[in-house]
Design a protein around this ligand. Structure first.
Ligand SMILES: Nc1ncnc2c1ncn2[C@@H]1O[C@H](COP(=O)(O)OP(=O)(O)OP(=O)(O)O)[C@@H](O)[C@H]1O
Length: 467
């Protein structure tokens, strides 16, 4: 039986009221009012927040109170989870198809969801190109978008890749907005690869593949976020490949984003990879100092906060990896300033962000390194740990040992044991060998690409740190 929508509204209303009573109006408005959306499904409350820092913050500050209130309103089965980012919005799918297609959530909620914050895409504030801070780390990608929009005949496929939080989704949405501005009639289909998969699976089981194909192939431009989601999913890859072929044959445009270079999609068909690399491929690098500072300034303005230059510089020097972390830090400080009606100083920023930064630091395990190496080189974990001395396996194994020494506190013996019961001197010599290769600026082959060893190690480190 479907839940009664009025009882859902009543329960959310009761939760909000109790929170307001318990926290006081001002704190309630700051943390749960305004744009903080609450959703209830059964006895699970989902709180939608803007960034991972807010998850930590709300859990630390109000976790106990929240649990008490949920227990009171929803009973002992009550659970709370957080969603970081905003709601999914298939905004440019023509009305009919959006209505027909079952929402992605409805499909994914048929199985139990782990209680982790899962990032969703789009919705919320629009992210135009003018909001995107451009610098050496990303300017080629931005130039490519301009070209795609203004010279459609010259760009058929654009592939943007980067580590987490460096603006892929922002740029994809900005592309949609630019295209729309240029031609309001254009049919733009914009969705994540996961949504594509869910729509496809749904159409397959409902035996409505022809109309699914019609919808996905009738667009003028296709924008797909997180195409790496398809890695290792053969059936969907075939379907996606057919869609791409159709776009290609009719000179329509496709933009995709991914967390890695197409050649590093180890479990993706060669045909699909070669389509990706045949287009323009750009990597969004970590933002450099000036870009980070400007991201902080602009985001502070959006949050209605005014930070002094030393505070801007402090935040930018503290969060080096991506725009998302910077925005999260700004959100915390801006909300604090609003609540306390005080100016944020550098020492206050240090104090407030210290604890949060510690909480968000990732503990790296040897298993994380193993996963990153196996994914990148497209080899199985058992093979990496096996006795084989083939160079295609021994080189990744040496790298795994080297990174385990660099990124974890594990002793040589533990690392050796982990990678196939080897002794500590094997690990020592792997570390020495990789260090020498780095000194000699050697290159290394991964799939059919040649990499500078240093670039490869930096990429691996980024991906391991980002989880
Ligand atoms: N150069 C930039 N200028 C302005 N904002 C940026 C920039 N880089 C990242 N951001 C902001 O950081 C946040 C994270 O960016 P986004 O979601 O686009 O990252 P992503 O690369 O898609 O991450 P993921 O790999 O997790 O999907 C967004 O709010 C985005 O607007």
């Amino acid at each position: 039986m479907l839940p009664d929508p009025s009882s859902i509204d009543q329960n959310i209303g009761a939760i909000r009221q109790l929170l307001q009573e318990s926290l006081g109006n001002r704190r309630y408005q700051n943390w749960f009012g305004g744009t903080t959306k609450l959703e209830l499904e059964g006895s699970e409350l989902t709180i939608h927040v803007q960034g991972p820092y807010l998850v930590k913050w709300i859990q630390q500050q109000f976790g106990d109170e929240l649990q008490r209130i949920l227990l009171q309103v929803l009973g002992p089965a009550a659970e709370v989870r957080f969603e970081v980012g905003q709601e999914v919005r298939l905004s440019e799918i023509p009305e009919a198809s959006a209505a027909e297609a079952q929402p992605v959530e409805a499909l994914s909620r048929t199985t139990a969801q782990p209680h982790v914050a899962k990032k969703r895409k789009r919705g919320g504030r629009p992210r135009p190109l003018s909001d995107f801070v451009t610098g050496p780390s990303n300017e080629l990608a931005v130039a490519a978008i301009h070209q795609l929009v203004h010279e459609p005949d010259s760009v058929a496929m654009l592939y943007l890749h980067s580590n987490v939080g460096n603006g892929k989704s922002h740029l994809l949405e900005a592309t949609r907005l630019q295209l729309r501005k240029e031609d309001p009639q254009l049919k733009i289909l914009s969705l994540t690869a996961e949504q594509f998969t869910n729509y496809f699976t749904q159409a397959l089981s409902a035996k409505t593949l022809p109309s699914f194909r019609q919808k996905f192939r009738s667009a003028d431009v296709l924008l797909i976020d997180d195409v790496d989601f398809l890695d290792g999913k053969k059936g969907i890859q075939d379907e996606f490949l057919h869609t791409l072929k159709q776009f290609e044959s009719e000179n329509r445009q496709v933009v995709v984003t991914s967390n890695r270079h197409p050649r590093l999609l180890g479990r993706t068909s060669e045909e699909l990879v070669s389509r990706f690399v045949s287009g323009l491929v750009f990597r969004l690098e970590k933002p450099e100092t000036e870009t980070r500072q400007e991201i902080v300034r602009r985001h502070a303005i959006r949050q209605g906060a005014k930070f002094s230059e030393p505070v801007v510089e402090y935040i930018a020097s503290r969060f080096l990896n991506n725009g998302r972390d910077l925005e999260g830090a700004v959100n915390i400080l801006a909300t604090w300033a609003r609540m306390e009606k005080k100016t944020v100083t550098v020492s206050l920023a240090k104090r407030l962000l210290n604890r949060l930064e510690r909480d968000c630091m990732k503990m790296i395990r040897i298993a994380d390194i193993e996963t990153a190496i196996c994914t990148l080189f497209g080899i199985e974990e058992e093979t990496l740990k096996s006795k084989t001395r083939k160079q295609s396996v021994s080189q990744p194994r040496m790298l795994a040992m080297y990174l385990s020494r660099t990124l974890t506190d594990a002793p040589y013996s533990e690392i050796g044991e982990y990678f196939g019961g080897r002794n500590h001197s094997t690990v020592m010599s792997a570390q020495k060998k990789v260090s020498e290769q780095l000194k000699l600026q050697e290159t290394i082959r991964v799939a059919s690409e040649t990499w500078e060893l240093k670039d490869l190690i930096d990429t691996l480190k980024d991906r391991i740190q980002a989880g």
